[in-house]
Design a protein around this ligand. Structure first.
Ligand code: GLU
Ligand code: ZN
Length: 313
């Protein structure tokens, strides 16, 4: 791990696509405890550029939920929607350096090319490289195809192995050239996250295991942008009784719902702490009460079934 004299900077990076639920709340609590127990700074970044999935008013709700459960952050929240020019600048630089290229393929065409689906995302085919070397410029791509191009990053190394500080050694496979700028000109998640983490000096990323497959792509972007990559800690997800990631299909696990049913913040945080090995079951506490005894090694390594039903009983 990084030496103790480098100040740690991390971030909570919620997407305002709905309400905060138990799974995010657990990851955020661990992130907060990890940073606060080491006197690191913790930023809040609202990832509010994921177009159709955004919900009006969700940002305010998020801030309220975080504060309710006793988490705080340093400085003003950063909003991705205010940083579009930065993402465009980074994408253009990668294009100019020949590291990215215009792609005019539709999802249908990529699927029809018949490549094997990603292991991690069963529904997405690996991009077969159709537009690599196909167009000399964005303008040419536009005029030849009659479509607005996306930008894809060339992936020449198919693996960027890395050490995850919670999940261990990772093969870091990258399957195919990936999109960094969408056809509407907005950044892909991968690019926006890296541009922002660089701009904020983030040197530690704590997040859910679902983002592990994105990490090698992000590492490749750091390499191309010639910036040191952060350290990563990917935490196991909470799952429903069927073993699938906790989601709407398992019922409402939003903080809002627990709150409306009279569950106190201390009861909810106590519950999250107990499933994280930090407290015996049935105890109440606020995040700051957990700081003194916090030890990441206590956190179970496996996915856990946790729906919060005990809180409502
Ligand atoms: N906004 C992303 C999410 O909610 C997290 C991004 C990140 O931590 O890199 O899943
Ligand atoms: Zn293409």
């Amino acid at each position: 791990m990084m030496s103790d004299d480098v100040p740690m900077i991390s971030r909570l990076a919620p997407s305002p696509t709905g309400v905060l639920h138990l799974g995010n709340a657990r990851s955020f609590l661990i992130n907060w405890l990890y940073l606060r127990s080491r006197a690191g700074s913790l930023l809040l970044r609202i990832e509010d550029i994921d177009g159709p999935r955004l919900k009006a008013g969700a940002t305010d709700g998020l801030l309220e939920d975080l504060q309710w459960m006793g988490l705080d952050w340093d400085g003003e929240p950063i909003r991705q929607s205010e940083r579009m020019a930065e993402y465009a600048r980074a994408a253009n630089l990668l294009l100019a350096e020949g590291l990215a290229y215009p792609c005019t393929c539709t999802r249908k065409e990529i699927d029809a090319a018949g490549s094997a689906p990603h292991e991690e995302w069963q529904d997405a085919a690996v991009y077969p490289g159709t537009c690599r070397g196909r167009y000399g410029s964005m303008a040419e791509a536009r005029s030849e195809s009659g479509r607005e191009p996306a930008l894809r990053l060339r992936v020449d190394d198919s693996a960027l192995p890395f050490q995850d500080h919670f999940s261990g050694s990772q093969a870091g496979r990258i399957r195919g050239d990936f999109v960094i700028q969408k056809r509407d000109g907005g950044p892909a998640y991968q690019l926006a996250v890296v541009v922002d983490d660089i701009a904020s000096g983030v040197n530690l990323v704590v997040r859910g295991h679902d983002l592990l497959p994105s990490t090698p792509r992000q590492l490749l972007l750091y390499r191309h942008m010639e910036k040191p990559a952060p350290e990563y800690l990917h935490l196991p997800l909470l799952v429903g009784p069927d073993g699938r990631r906790l989601a709407k299909r398992h019922g409402d696990s939003s903080l809002r719902m627990f709150r409306q049913n009279g569950v106190s913040a201390a009861a909810l945080v106590g519950y999250l702490a107990s499933i994280s090995g930090l407290l015996p079951a049935g105890k109440e506490c606020m995040p700051e009460d957990l700081l003194a005894g916090f030890d990441l090694a206590l956190l179970p390594r496996q996915e856990q079934i946790a729906t919060g039903a005990e809180l409502l009983a």
